[in-house]
Design a protein around this ligand. Structure first.
Ligand code: C2O
Ligand code: CU
Length: 488
């Protein structure tokens, strides 16, 4: 029974409010969760651990079937991706027309080791142009997959992306054209760059956390940029976990120490997650393993964010669950298990995992500053979402010097929350509204709540023309993007 994740939108709120998941306009749950299920709607057995084909000796990652490596060189991973329409069985009322990489939603797991060359031979079999952007990777600007840099890949065309993977961590890939529809329809996938030396966990899992706005007959709601969608971004009616509208199941051995890689690929939802039945802590963020892992009561993932968790089942736990917390209309939260692992099997020796971070560069005195004001204005048929008073394309790129200690000042003026994403670089949060105790870096995505003032630090070590934008895909389409021209 899939209705467990049926969410409803409350209609009728015209105001620009703060982050939808914490406002009274949030989706509310209508039906209680069922006990469990064992297969995804596509019939894939998600409890089995896929094996990695090819000679790249990287650890298995549970979650999405990996793409095949077509290159025998151990330092080169060549995968073939094709974007094409497909149909998936996501709701009971009928099939859903989707767009998928290699027929999979989410797309195949791409994985390699830090320093490897990743070559992606991509063919567009959609009826419209597309690109692929490698979210979070600090790669050559020419390979960034944005239309300002590369010609859109037209229907029937093939384009080969090729780059060396500079940083270990959890990433993802998605189109950078009409994202509000292309990503929602299923074009998105996980990308794992393994560390040079693997932390010795019992199991590595990837969770692509998403939601999807479907009617009861399986059809998408119209892809709107006006009305509520233009205001808050499109919020789904179902949660989608590794492509499943049902709870995903698995098993975990007593004594296991697991690495859970979470990524939020939704259009607009700030995903609030928690783990039950285990001791857990945050060991990695957008840009890789943290220097100092930290305990948290829960995690909040703005769109695009990754968190890597270390998860150790409680000695007396019968199961370990990943929950998504959805706000209730009457305040408080409803907890929805999107994954449940039964604690079963022979106990394993608990490894003490060494989480080795790539150290953050020491902060140097600031030499340049960028100011980005996030705002909104009423438009003719839909909202206008603005950066420094302009919609994307209206202004000139912001000129910046590479390799210079830089302060980025973000101020939110409209009252709405935005997941801010910077391409091609990592940054750290120096302060939020004067408070210096924020999520540690390296980050490429940060939640900016309504009226927040954020101070970020970066050195712009990767020259190029880089996008900076809101990752609520409807806000981005309605103008909330800018580009930074970083030159030597
Ligand atoms: Cu995840 Cu500009 O993108
Ligand atoms: Cu936004």
């Amino acid at each position: 029974m899939r209705a467990m994740f049926l969410l409803t939108m409350m209609a009728g709120c015209g105001a620009v409010t703060d982050e939808p998941t914490s406002s009274p306009t949030s989706p509310a749950l209508t039906t209680p969760p069922p006990s469990s299920s064992t297969t995804s709607p596509t019939g894939t057995d998600l409890t089995s651990v896929p094996t990695t084909p090819g000679p790249v000796a990287v650890p298995d990652v549970w979650g999405s079937a990996p793409a095949e490596d077509h290159d025998p060189d151990p330092a080169v991973v060549e995968v073939h991706l094709t974007a094409a329409p497909t149909e998936l069985d996501l709701v009971d009322g009928g099939a859903t027309p989707m767009w998928a990489y290699n027929g999979q939603v989410p797309g195949p797991l791409l994985q390699a080791r830090v320093g490897d060359l990743l070559r992606v031979v991509f063919t567009n079999e959609l009826d419209e142009p597309t690109t692929i952007h490698w979210h979070g990777l600090r790669i050559d600007n020419l390979m960034d997959g944005v239309p300002a840099i590369q010609d859109p890949i037209l229907p029937g065309e093939t384009f080969t992306y090729e780059f060396v993977l500079p940083d270990a961590g959890t990433y993802w890939y998605h189109p950078h054209m009409r994202g509000h529809e292309q990503i929602e329809r299923g074009l998105q996938g996980p990308l794992v760059v393994h560390e040079a030396v693997d932390p010795e966990v019992t199991r590595d899992r990837s969770f692509v956390l998403d939601d999807i706005a479907l009617q009861s007959d399986g059809q998408h709601y119209d892809f709107n940029l006006s009305g509520m969608d233009g205001m808050h971004g499109r919020h789904g009616t179902y949660l989608l976990t590794n492509g499943s509208t049902e709870m995903v199941t698995g098993s975990i051995e007593p004594g296991a120490v697991e690495r859970w890689r979470l990524v939020n690929t939704s259009n607009a939802r700030l995903i609030h997650a928690d783990v039950q039945g285990a001791d857990w802590r945050v060991v990695g963020v957008d840009g890789g393993i943290l220097e100092v892992p930290y305990d948290a009561k829960d995690v909040r993932l703005p769109v695009g964010r990754r968190f890597d968790l270390e998860v150790i089942p409680h000695a007396d736990a019968e199961s370990v669950q990943l929950e998504v917390l959805l706000p209730r209309v009457d305040f408080g939260f409803e907890r929805y298990p999107v994954f449940e692992a039964l604690v079963e099997g022979d106990p394993v020796e608990s490894p003490v995992v060494e989480w080795v971070a790539a150290p953050l560069p020491a902060r140097e005195p600031i030499e340049q500053e960028v100011v980005l004001e996030l705002d909104a204005a009423p438009g003719f048929t839909s909202m206008k979402w603005l950066i420094n008073g302009e919609q994307y394309g209206d202004g000139e790129p912001v000129p910046l010097q590479a390799h210079v200690p830089t302060r980025i000042l973000i101020s939110e003026l409209s009252g709405a929350g935005h997941p801010f994403h910077l391409h091609g670089q990592f940054f750290e949060v120096v302060a939020r509204n004067g408070d210096t105790d924020d999520i540690p870096g390296p980050l490429d995505t940060i939640h900016v709540a309504g009226r927040d003032e954020l101070e970020l630090y970066t050195t712009f070590d990767n020259p190029g023309l880089w996008m900076a934008h809101c990752h609520i895909l409807e806000h981005a389409e309605l103008g909330m993007m800018t580009s930074l021209d970083v030159t030597e």
